[in-house]
Design a protein around this ligand. Structure first.
Ligand SMILES: *Cc1c(COP(=O)(O)O)cnc(C)c1O
Length: 406
């Protein structure tokens, strides 16, 4: 006897912590841009697990790399060395110009790692008085869900009820370089920011913002930490989104698609002395840098390049975006994004993005609402022109039929 979607949902409702409100679709299989539910319905995935499956679901070459490595060796801990870690370092360093790499598992751990390292760098290298290090962050940031990170979130939902929080963070508006200049003090060790704010609704800062940010950070000895956990790995049409801005961060955080969705793998990439301050015993992770993770990540990065996915994100992103922009719907307030990181913001009278996502689900498209009125469209980077056009037709149906308006 096989369980239906309703059965699975009932069990989840009864036993699971309710920290998510997923669409009521129970998926069982994925391939490329498609996923299937337990009833056999097919959907075009327009979320890609928040950009963790940029390479498409169950990519065969990443799968093979995973299975091959799993047969040989999965976990050694960092108490011993393994023959995958060095190659993981070498390939990432060559690709990004990083001088030092530190592997972790989740994105939030990479963020926490960078915070630890940059504070220590502040005391030992910059000469900030002990306990006084300040990190500047952007309003409406999303850097993960750990206690350290939600303490500097500006989203009441993310932080409410979870205090007390760690001190040492200051917030400035995103996209406002003048505000950053004002907030920097002699004790500022870092500015931590996303190149494009994904969770906040795919917000792109004004042109020239990051050049000015880079200039200010250099001038004041402030480490620029770019959180590319969502924007990296080809999502915006470049391997790293910083390439669009013509700048280089001092520390770059990657995760999500670093494993193509097979396994949690994240990394801190450091172009400066920041990671150099960590000495044995001062940071670690049982699973970070394990041979299985490294083998998966090496192949996940390789297929992005070898299979033209990054260029495809540019071409298909432009097609998808112009299709969204030319829709004749009076519900749409704004269409924005870069590469295949796109969003449609609805007018407030549209009745919210969630009902639209439910209507899209009925049409065979899975997308996610964010911040009430915005729907994100971020399909795997292997999407074809026919698939983009297919999606656009259905999105237009939903946005012009009025079904979403209650
Ligand atoms: C998803 C995300 C994180 C957190 O990654 P987890 O793997 O969920 O811990 C951090 N920063 C950004 C920009 C993200 O999109």
């Amino acid at each position: 006897m096989s369980l239906t979607s309703a059965d699975f949902i009932a069990i989840e409702q009864k036993l699971g912590a309710r920290n998510y409100k997923p669409l009521d679709v129970v998926l069982t299989r994925g391939e490329g841009v498609y996923v299937w539910d337990v009833e056999g319905n097919r959907y075009l995935d327009c979320l890609s697990a928040y950009s963790a499956v940029n390479q498409g679901h169950c990519h065969p070459r990443i799968f093979n790399a995973m299975v091959e490595q799993a047969r040989k060796l999965t976990l050694t801990s960092r108490a011993f060395r393994n023959d995958q870690l060095a190659l993981f370092y070498e390939e990432l360093a060559e690709l990004t110009g990083a001088h030092k790499v530190l592997p972790m598992n989740s994105g939030a751990e990479a963020v926490e790692t960078a915070i630890k390292a940059v504070r220590k760098w502040g005391y030992e290298v910059k000469g900030v008085p002990e306990g006084k290090a300040e990190i500047i962050v952007a309003a409406n940031n999303f850097h993960g869900r750990t206690l350290g990170i939600v303490g500097f979130s500006t989203d009441p939902e993310a932080r409410g009820g979870f205090g007390p929080f760690a001190p040492g963070f200051r917030t400035v508006p995103f996209g406002d370089a003048a505000a950053l200049a004002t907030a920097i003090t002699p004790n500022t060790v870092a500015f931590l920011v996303e190149p494009i704010q994904g969770e906040a609704g795919v917000l792109i800062p004004p042109p020239g913002y990051f050049r000015e940010v880079r200039r200010l950070c250099t001038a004041h000895g402030v480490t620029l930490i770019l959180d590319e956990i969502q924007t990296g790995l080809g999502r915006t049409g470049k391997f790293l989104a910083e390439e669009h801005e013509g700048i280089e961060a001092d520390v770059t955080l990657i995760g999500k698609a670093l494993s193509g969705g097979f396994y949690p793998v994240s990394a801190v990439l450091s172009n400066s002395e920041v990671l150099g301050v960590l000495k044995p015993g001062q940071h670690g992770s049982t699973f970070g840098g394990n041979p299985l993770a490294c083998a998966i990540a090496r192949m996940a990065v390789r297929v992005l390049h070898e299979e033209g996915m990054i260029e495809n994100a540019t071409v298909m992103g432009a097609r998808f975006k112009s299709g969204l922009q030319s829709m004749r719907s009076n519900l749409v307030k704004d269409v924005r994004g870069r590469g295949l990181m796109l969003a449609v913001e609805l007018i407030p009278e549209a009745g919210g993005a969630r009902p639209v996502c439910e209507a899209l689900q009925a049409q065979g498209i899975l997308a996610k609402d964010t911040h009430g009125d915005t729907i994100r469209f971020a399909p795997p980077l292997v999407i074809t022109a026919d698939q983009v056009d297919w999606a656009l037709e259905r999105i237009e149906n939903v946005l012009t039929s009025g079904t979403a308006v209650h």
